[in-house]
Every structure is written in C-alpha cells, then in structure tokens.
Design a protein around this ligand. Structure first.
Ligand code: SDX
Length: 436
C-alpha cells in the first residue's frame, strides 16, 4: 500500500486539538484511513460493530468490487478461472500468487493427489459421534483433531510447517468430508484413488462402495471442480476473518482452520446454501410458483424474521458473479442428468425473477449470491443438503490457508484484540448474601 496524496483531519466540537490521520491507497478499491494512533492521540476508539467500514488488514489475494459484481483471485477474473482452469490450479494461484507453469502444475497436482489419505486412527475419532450428527459438527471436530496427528507441522510461524499444513489440509478435506458423509449413512469409507482427479476422487469417496467399480461422471466431476473454484476464497468474509483472528494468537494451522469451519456453518454465511435449499423445498411444499408471492410478502414483513436465503451480500450490491456461473453449472448438470424440468430449479429462477423486479429487493440492492443456486446443483449431484456447507468448507480451505499465510508472513501482524464501548455497571461492592 502507498501513502495517498492527502490525509484525514479529525476535528472535535469540544475544542480538542485536531489530529491528522494518514490515508493509504491500495492497487484498487477504497482508500483507508490509518487509525492505529487514534487511541494514543485521543483516548478514543472507533466504533464499527460488524466491521461495515473497517479494513482489518491489507491483502493481495482476492479483490471484490461489490458495485460492479467483480471477483478477482490474484488479479484473474473468476469467470476466466472457472472456465479455463481447475481447482488445483486455483489453489496454486491463491497460495503462491500466480497460475502454475506446465511442470509446476504437474508437480502440484501430483503432490495434492498423493496426500489424500488421512491417518488410519481418524476413523476411530468419528465413532465418538452419533450417526445423525450434523456433518459440520463432525468436520469441525475432525479438522481440529488433525493437529493431534501432525506434530511436525504445527508451528504456524515456520513457513515450511505452514506449507506442509496447507498441502495436508487441501489434500485431506475431501477425504474427511466424504468420511463424515459415509459415517452418517453407515457405509464403509472409501480410500482415495491416486489415478483420479481431485473432484473425481471426492465423487468416488462419496458415492462409491467396495461392492462395485465407481465410474466418475465427467459432467459432475467438472461441475464439482467449478463449485470448488467458486468457493475458494472471498476476501475478508466472516470465516476468513475468524481464521486470521484465531491464527493471530500463534495457534497451529489446523486449529485456525477448524475455527473457520465452525464460523462458516452459520446460516448467514456458508450455511446459507443448506438454508436456501430448505427454503425452496418449503415453498414447493406450500404450492411452488403459486406460493412465491405469499412468501415474498412474508420476507418483506420484518416481524416474520424470514429472509430470502441465497440473496443479499455485505459487499455485492450487484449480481454475485459466482451466482451467474453457478446457474450456468446448474443448467449443465440438470441437462446431463435429464432433470431440465427440475421443479426446484424452475422455482428458483422464478423466485429470482420476481425478487429482482420487487422494489423491496431493488432498493436494498439484494441480488442472488453464491449460495442461491449452489444447493440445487449439489442436490442434483446427489449431495445431501446437510453436507452442502461441508463442500463449501472443503473448497474454502485453500483460501483460509492463503490468508493465514499472508497474515503470519506480514511483519506488521499482531495478535488481534479489538476493544469495546462499555455500557455495563459502574463499580460496586459485593453485598453479603442476606443483604442482596
Ligand atoms: C456468504 O462475506 C462474504 O464474502 C460471504 C460469502 C463468501 O464467499 O465468503 O460470500 C458467502 O456468506 C454469502 C451470503 C450467504 N447468506 C445468505 O444468503 C443469507 C441471507 N442474506 C442475509 O442474511 C444478508 O444479506 C447477509 C448476511 C448476507 C448480508 O447482511 P448485511 O450486509 O449485514 O446486510 P443487512 O442485514 O444489513 O441487510 C440490509 C437490508 C436489511 O433491511 P433494512 O434493515 O435496510 O430494512 O437488507 C435486508 C435487511 O433486512 N436483507 C434481506 C436479506 N438480506 C438483507 N432481506 C431479506 N432477505 C435477505 N436475504
């Protein structure tokens, strides 16, 4: 970042002296006012619950232009990456800063594919869960448990440890997500196969059984790989900020990523794809397209607390570019599976059309986000609804690791420790029990 050619002057109506705050510019996007000296110079904090106007760090990984609906990973538009690259190319890009050359690509793909097995003890860890446990509860536990198996790569300040942890996590997340699924359905775990692609391996571990050979459907393989690309990173979203804050204490990479998994689970964040599919199924139960108008009225009536899941975004005030690509993938998968008339897909497109013409959504700049169509395509692939967020976590692991690496590698980084506006009780003395 570079010093902008102007500064901010903060003046106070109570006659306190003005203070000058430097302004910095990045490559693109809003400038920032550096308030690091504010408390020391004024004895006051800034106040920004939810961080609507706060840049918590500088980053060179992902850029989002919310007004234009643009998403760039290391400068490359998501549309080009989704159409011309695969997920492991994207992992290399996010971790190392540029797309791999021919030999780098071969080596990285081989490195990932050949580290997909988890420690054999992991299967016994799963046994502690109820069979009907939510996969995200299981995954949060499994990812955190990895730090118990890899004592050789837990020093977050050691770049080599962070590199090894990143490779292990990217390689093993598909295996862990598939194990969480198999445990829930009571089927035997499928060991990864090194001759398959990253997405193909995941499909086989999910839907293959020891009873017969599993044929990977190339259309589903390609669709899943694209879903992984679209979810790989997204600037300083809630789970990425959680990983950064957790990692800033110096904890090991596996623990920091487990914190990200736990945060992603929430319905306002990564859990929205599961919530969106459940919403569409509920509208379908209530009458389908004919019920959309009534549902939209319920959403607009704040007292219902009902939100149009898969719509709206803190940054995008235009169409989420990932939603467009996800809709395209939906078409491809449903056509390949002969589900062109999938009622939920038709319902989703009608719901989107009606919402985008409704003033309530237009005024609030609410558009479909990545989660609006992802549930429909995952359901068509055969992924159970309660595993959608697990797929999101699988794909986002590389983004979390890239962001964690960037933070730890930044000489300016400190442990994250926000302050507060205290509104509680003034000092008071403890009274004896009989006088309370
Ligand atoms: C992800 O941050 C990221 O980058 C996240 C993500 C990533 O890749 O990491 O993109 C992934 O989490 C996508 C978002 C998935 N969540 C959902 O689809 C859940 C539904 N969406 C909303 O909960 C909401 O839009 C958020 C949480 C996504 C954003 O909330 P904000 O930015 O805090 O906005 P807000 O709640 O202040 O909304 C502004 C207005 C409010 O109305 P008013 O008070 O102005 O009258 O819009 C309304 C909100 O009530 N609103 C919605 C709505 N989203 C916002 N009303 C109905 N349905 C919605 N979905």
């Amino acid at each position: 970042m570079k010093l902008a050619n102007h500064a901010a002057t903060l003046s106070f109506s109570n006659g306190s002296p003005n203070i000058e705050l430097p302004i910095y510019s990045g490559r693109m996007g809003p400038d920032v006012i550096d308030i690091r000296k504010l408390y020391g110079q004024t004895g006051m904090f800034t106040y920004d619950p939810g961080f609507l106007s706060t840049a918590a760090c500088q980053s060179a990984i992902t850029y989002i232009d919310g007004d234009k609906g643009e998403l760039l990973y290391r400068g490359y538009p998501i549309e080009q990456l989704a159409r011309q690259c695969d997920y492991l190319d994207t992992c290399f890009l996010l971790l190392k800063g540029d797309l791999p050359k021919i030999q780098e690509r071969k080596d990285f793909h081989q490195l990932i594919i050949s580290h997909t097995m988890v420690h054999e003890q992991m299967q016994f860890f799963l046994r502690g869960f109820r069979r009907d446990a939510h996969p995200m509860a299981v995954l949060t536990g499994l990812v955190g448990a990895l730090s118990a198996f890899y004592h050789d790569s837990t020093d977050i300040n050691n770049p080599a440890h962070r590199e090894i942890a990143a490779i292990r996590l990217i390689s093993q997340m598909p295996t862990l997500v598939a194990m969480a699924y198999k445990y829930g359905v009571g089927q035997p775990y499928m060991y990864p196969r090194n001759e398959l692609s990253y997405a193909g391996n995941f499909l086989r571990m999910m839907f293959g059984t020891p009873c017969e050979d599993y044929q990977v459907n190339p259309v589903l393989e390609h669709a899943l790989d694209r879903i992984f690309i679209l979810h790989a990173d997204h600037e300083q979203n809630a789970s990425t900020s959680t990983v950064r804050l957790c990692g800033s204490s110096g904890t090991n990479p596996f623990a920091a990523i487990a914190a990200g998994v736990a945060c992603l689970w929430g319905p306002a964040h990564g859990g929205a794809n599961e919530a969106c599919l459940n919403m569409l199924e509920e509208i379908q139960r209530q009458g389908g397209v004919a019920h959309i108008g009534r549902f939209i009225e319920q959403v607009k009536d704040k007292s219902t607390g009902i939100k149009l899941m898969g719509f709206g975004h803190r940054v995008y005030k235009n169409y989420d570019p990932r939603a467009k690509l996800m809709q395209e993938t939906c078409h491809e998968v449903l056509a390949n599976l002969g589900l062109d008339n999938d009622p939920l897909f038709k319902l989703a497109r009608e719901l989107e059309k009606i919402a985008l013409e409704d003033d309530y959504f237009v005024q609030r700049k609410l558009y479909p986000n990545v989660d609006f169509y992802s549930g429909i395509v995952q359901r068509a692939i055969g992924i159970p609804v309660n595993l959608f967020t697990g797929i999101f976590a699988l794909a986002r692991t590389v983004g979390w690791m890239a962001q964690l690496n960037e933070m730890i590698g930044d000489p300016e980084y400190k442990i994250g420790r926000p302050r507060q506006l205290f509104t509680g009780s003034a000092p008071r003395d403890v009274k004896p029990l009989e006088e309370r």
